[in-house]
Design a protein around this ligand. Structure first.
Ligand SMILES: Cc1cc2nc3c(=O)[nH]c(=O)nc-3n(C[C@H](O)[C@H](O)[C@H](O)COP(=O)(O)OP(=O)(O)OC[C@H]3O[C@@H](n4cnc5c(N)ncnc54)[C@H](O)[C@@H]3O)c2cc1C
Length: 312
């Protein structure tokens, strides 16, 4: 697309200008040059008379085509247009679809009123978090209702599935990843047992602010007085999550059209000639470009499928 790029330290490719709009303009130009016609403000509203019915500024129209590629997105952020309204229309045609679930989403935590008032919006930096997905370093943000941000999203699928299967889940935090439990125990033991919890944490573990407050929220009272047990809590503090935040707030969605419902060319088995790509399909990926990459890759694969289909 004529855009200079560079490879970032993460190995990902970025446009030099760090903006998407020049790429989009170049892409639209290329499509037009290849003979594509873009019809904006057309909303697909279902099937009729063997065609696709659209609501357009000029009224309803039915499009009959040799092949169609549906790339209508998942169910997150519906205000941007991807509202999964297509789900019943494809279901009725026999397409197997799994219910959409929030992915890369925040979680509800039952904060105390004082914690919520004081720390909503506060980032929690330089921690590691563990769930069934593994242990990752990173940061997240305290919200009025719970937790969100990249480190939470990385554990999102595991926490969500645990909530579904077991009814409860927790994200386990290491609030002092640079220190061993032995060293923390030693340093906390040196503190005057009569000094306040905050002072012992600050002097013995260099913890204050939101990290100290998280311990106050979730470390049982009996563990706070004992240096060994307190060190254990600092290294593995379970933060219970109660439910996912609503799908309308999630960055992406899991669920969608089952892989068993499409062939190797991304054509719907129940609707020959109709291909699907992107988040409509049942997969999920972390943020950081992986979602867009998978959408573009499945779009390309489906387009190749259409070429093969049209060749007969
Ligand atoms: C806030 C936010 C941040 C994100 N950040 C990242 C990121 O950093 N990296 C990353 O990889 N991904 C990110 N994503 C995810 C990424 O944007 C999506 O995975 C991707 O856009 C999905 O592409 P898609 O083509 O499947 O669907 P969409 O991009 O959702 O496109 C579907 C289109 O179909 C249209 N449509 C739906 N129904 C109809 C209908 N009936 N008739 C006509 N048109 C219809 C919609 O209006 C929409 O324009 C982010 C998402 C959000 C919400």
């Amino acid at each position: 697309l004529g855009t200079e790029t560079f490879v970032g330290s993460s190995g990902r490719v970025f446009p030099d200008v760090m903006k998407a709009s020049p790429l989009l303009r170049a892409w639209l130009k290329r499509l037009e040059a290849q003979g594509a016609t873009l019809r904006t403000r057309h909303r697909w509203i279902g099937f009729a008379d063997g065609g696709y019915v659209f609501e357009t500024p000029e009224g309803r129209s039915i499009v009959h085509c040799d092949a169609a590629l549906l790339a209508l997105g998942g169910a997150s952020w519906p205000r941007l247009g991807s509202d999964a309204s297509w789900l019943p229309w494809l279901s009725e045609k026999g397409v197997e679809i799994d219910a959409f679930q929030p992915a890369n989403c925040g979680f509800v935590v039952g904060w105390s009123e004082s914690f919520r008032e004081r720390f909503a919006g506060e980032p929690v930096k330089s921690v590691t978090a563990t769930s069934g997905a593994g242990t990752f370093p990173g940061e997240f943000v305290i919200s009025a209702n719970g937790i969100e941000g990249s480190l939470v999203y990385a554990h999102g699928a595991s926490l969500r599935d645990q909530l579904l299967n077991r009814g409860s889940a927790a994200l386990t935090l290491d609030l002092a990843p640079g220190r061993t439990i032995e060293r923390l125990t030693r340093d906390l033991t040196r503190q005057d047992a009569k000094s306040s919890f905050s002072n012992r944490l600050r002097k013995g573990a260099s913890l204050d602010g939101v990290k100290a407050a998280l311990l106050r929220e979730f470390a049982p009272e009996r563990d706070r007085a004992d240096p060994g047990r307190l060190a254990g809590m600092i290294k593995a503090l379970p933060v219970p999550v109660l439910e996912t935040r609503p799908i309308g707030e999630a960055i992406s969605s899991a669920g969608g059209i089952r892989w068993s419902g499409i062939d190797d060319d991304f054509m719907l088995k129940a609707l020959p000639g109709t291909f699907v790509a992107g988040e409509m399909l049942d997969w999920e990926a972390p943020t950081g470009g992986y979602l867009l990459t998978a959408c573009l890759a499945t779009g390309r694969a489906a387009a190749r499928g259409i070429e093969a289909w049209l060749r007969g």
